[in-house]
Design a protein around this ligand. Sequence first.
Ligand SMILES: Cc1cc2nc3c(=O)[nH]c(=O)nc-3n(C[C@H](O)[C@H](O)[C@H](O)COP(=O)(O)OP(=O)(O)OC[C@H]3O[C@@H](n4cnc5c(N)ncnc54)[C@H](O)[C@@H]3O)c2cc1C
Length: 497
Amino acid sequence: MDRDIGLDRLASETHWDFLIIGGGATGLGAAVDAASRGYRVALVERADFAQGTSSRSTKLVHGGVRYLKQGNLSLVKGALRERGLLFQNAPHLVNPLSFIIPNYSWWEGPYFATGLKFYDWLAGSLGIENTKMLGKEAALEEIPSLRSEKLHGGVMYWDGQFDDARLAIDLAATTWENGGLALNYVDAKELIKENGRIAGALCEDSISGKAFEVKAKCVINATGVFSDNLRQRDKPAANKIIQASQGAHIVVSQELLPLKSALIVPKTTDDRVLFAIPWHNRVIIGTTDTPVDKIDLDPKPFPEEVGFIIENATNYLNVSIGPDDIKSAYAGLRPLVSLKSSGSSTAKLSRDHYIETSESGLVTIAGGKWTTYRKMAEDVIDRAEISSNQQHRDCRTENLKISCGQPKPEGELLHPDLPYTINQIEHSISEEMPRNLEDILSRRVRALTLDREAASSIADNVASLMVAKGIMAEDKRSASVEAFQAQAASSSSESVK
Ligand SMILES: Cc1cc2nc3c(=O)[nH]c(=O)nc-3n(C[C@H](O)[C@H](O)[C@H](O)COP(=O)(O)OP(=O)(O)OC[C@H]3O[C@@H](n4cnc5c(N)ncnc54)[C@H](O)[C@@H]3O)c2cc1C
């Protein structure tokens, strides 16, 4: 991916079939879908790819055990199918993971095992491994720090796990490979209307400040928690549909919490589930469900959320987690869709996706999950074809392989506690359009998510590689490193006090 070539194309080519606004899971999925159908598609993201919600998930490719409990079978079945397709199409980013539900009463084992065997059955031929009941010793073997008093055993089931930001970057690359265009740091400032119909957007390259009109037969609003901004630019009187809900996570070391399987806490104090999941040699613990009104691209975990996570995890674990144990903490905003202004809890709002076409032809897609991004993309492109009178072309993503961008690590690690090497950073700089240190250290590799101190300590090395490749000026280097280190320090310190 070459940003300069992409910008030239965006500014010079006329009459795209689709212009997609938003470069998270939803928009990038739609761009891959449209490009692979042979459409002329351009996607613009005003920050970096996946800088919003799509790099801040729990990293599960799952049907959603919680939704099974809520009885939403069609959502679970559809998501299990998508889980299976992702295993086939992006094997470099998705791996199977076993989960343990610990049982502290005699009836919990058969109760959870029955539900989870049904979950396996719903997955059909795309299932992973079968659910099984474990005795106390076997459960402790998987999660040695599980509280052992009154422990009867556990139920082990399987789901998928992935790297969310890497999948986003690889979807952008897949869009390019299929003839489409996906560009970061291009802001869709205004919608263009002709005769009352949406005809494109006025876009601005945030790096150079250059503005240009991008005309398209159909504009798709895939801006997640920001969806109402564009909907109201199209129609100022449009009612809001997004109810954002924050979810926070903390990251600790595997030495503190060694896990062979992930832990699922089946019932938190607010009647949800909580996970402790091994990921890239760390453990991610979360999440929360906190309704918020302030929509921020970079939300921070609230101290109460961190307290909630620690309390609910340590109800089941024989470890104590203090501020110094937290390697990193992050939060994201779920773009939940609420079609009526009820005051019901966000934990109960549907995780299904929602598509609407406005009177002037703006197609908005919101809600859903990372796991279902491919189906969401198929649905929105089908709808966008109709709303812009374009002849239907069949979706081709069921068997479309996702590009595998990141090379295997070669040579010395950049930091002993991080699994990344120079060849991987150099590849990202040349091929994956990062513009700053955070783009690289947070999303091309996941250093900032895994360990903020380790990420800070390699920032200068990475900056020199950026200078060498000509995407950072030498005189900006030390200021950039300092800014990144300040950001890394603030990224979780306030939350974990
Ligand atoms: C805490 C948490 C945990 C989750 N865990 C899981 C999980 O384990 N598994 C799972 O399947 N799903 C999970 N999800 C859900 C999943 O992460 C989201 O459904 C998905 O990432 C939403 O993607 P999106 O593209 O709709 O939104 P976003 O990722 O927010 O993308 C929208 C983008 O639009 C851009 N934008 C806004 N306005 C403009 C404009 N004018 N011009 C250009 N660009 C613009 C923004 O910068 C942003 O990058 C989780 C969500 C949260 C919050």
